[in-house]
Design a protein around this ligand. Structure first.
Ligand code: BEZ
Length: 398
């Protein structure tokens, strides 16, 4: 799907029968003027298991802009949306479509770590201002960090570390991990292992399923026979919902507590019903956070979309907020990269998730919360850790 807010120049020219001319003499990027819309490319999943995540991010970004009167730093915003289908194999082509084809001024993407890594390679080479509103691939804010790339979500290891500590505190000493076997799952489990092993825990077995496979039965049968004291799992979106349902149907829910990063329950709290009751997670967001930004954000989002926001929406909101701060410092001109990037790098604001600022590698420093799914809501159990920063290992922004 290539869903755009308006017809692109290229499509318009094709319709006029001059496509060949476009290929031979591509349009130059128009001169930036205060009056021209800012073209923001959105590389996000709008189909597949992460479709709801892409939609939540998009909704929140659009809401933020509308609340600023439809403009950021005096520029109207034109979203140019591309469905990346969470397919790493399509990521290079689709990113090029936005950067080279559509000549967007700013790139925002994406949800899936594998897609984000391919996208970031192009973004680094092109030097285009880029914001990552979800994908947690550690390397993007470690060895492959870049001056023009900002992440507003988390690093994949972060929730795993918080969950591992909490499981140890809950008295769990043996665990099985079960995850999608791609960067996000592997790094989430790595984070979990760091703190769980440090606390004296033992990993009995590490189970994996290729993304986006949802045939969980074989792994669940193994968990039943291994009888660990707890399970740590990374799944998200539609896949996480089916996992919780299958976990309960396999009869494991009452005997082996299920833990994970917040993504295991985010956005599917209500749909999970009884199958989700008691699932414990660690996340940088909880619905009930008692701060003014969260209360207003939840009320406004609900008024606009007739549903309450989840962590993905919060990340979308913070993405546009960060961009807004940068644009204001640059007078709305993304070519003034020194001013744009400096303001974004140094930004500090109150997010619905709590205090938000960026590390030296341009990844969030934020709080982590423990939650338990009860009655269709992630209920706040306590603060796991404050001001958590992912290691900036190997990052040099010079
Ligand atoms: C990831 O691929 O980085 C990811 C996807 C969904 C939720 C969290 C992380």
């Amino acid at each position: 799907m290539h869903n755009k807010s308006r017809i692109s120049r290229r499509d318009a020219l094709k319709m006029a029968g001059v496509g060949a001319a476009v290929a031979a003499f591509p349009f130059a990027r128009p001169a930036i003027s205060q009056g021209a819309p800012l073209r923001v490319g959105l590389l996000l999943p709008y189909s597949g298991t992460f479709a709801a995540l892409g939609t939540a991010i998009t909704n929140a970004m659009d809401l933020y802009v509308k609340q600023q009167g439809g403009k950021l730093a005096g520029r109207t915003i034109e979203w140019i949306k591309v469905d990346d289908e969470s397919a790493p194999s399509k990521a290079t082509e689709l990113t090029n479509k936005l950067v080279e084809g559509e000549k967007v001024d700013v790139l925002i993407g994406t949800v899936h770590s594998g897609v984000a890594m391919a996208m970031a390679k192009i973004a680094r080479e092109a030097g285009i201002p880029t914001l990552i509103p979800n994908a947690g691939a550690n390397v993007l804010t470690r060895a492959q960090c870049a001056k023009n790339i900002f992440r507003t979500s988390f690093g994949n290891s972060q929730p795993g570390v918080a969950a591992g500590e909490a499981m140890i505190k809950a008295g769990i000493k043996t665990a099985v991990t079960y995850t999608w076997g791609y960067a996000a799952g592997e790094e989430s489990v790595d984070g979990f292992k760091q703190s769980f092993l440090k606390g004296g825990g033992k990993i009995i077995k590490e189970l994996r399923l290729p993304f986006p496979n949802v045939e969980f039965q074989a792994g669940l049968a193994e968990i039943a026979s291994l009888k660990p004291e707890g399970v740590y799992s990374f799944f998200a979106g539609g896949g996480a919902l089916k996992y919780m349902q299958d976990y309960a149907a396999a009869g494991l829910k009452s005997s082996i507590p299920l833990w994970g990063p917040g993504f295991l329950t985010d956005g599917v709290e209500k749909a999970a019903g009884a199958a989700g009751e008691g699932v414990k997670t660690a996340s940088h967001y909880v619905e009930s956070l008692d701060n003014a930004e969260n209360k207003k954000f939840r009320a406004d989002y609900n008024a606009a979309f007739k549903m309450f926001p989840d962590v993905y929406a919060v990340q979308g909101w913070d993405t546009t907020h960060l961009l807004d701060i940068g644009l204001k410092a640059a007078g709305g001109d993304v070519k003034k990269q020194d001013a744009l990037f400096k303001a974004m790098r140094e930004a500090k604001f109150n997010s619905p998730r709590g205090p938000f600022r960026l590390s030296a590698a341009q990844n969030p420093i934020h709080n982590f919360y423990l939650r338990e799914l009860k009655g269709g809501q992630n209920v706040f159990l306590g603060v796991a850790a404050t001001d958590v920063s992912d290691p900036t290992t190997g990052c040099s922004l010079a």
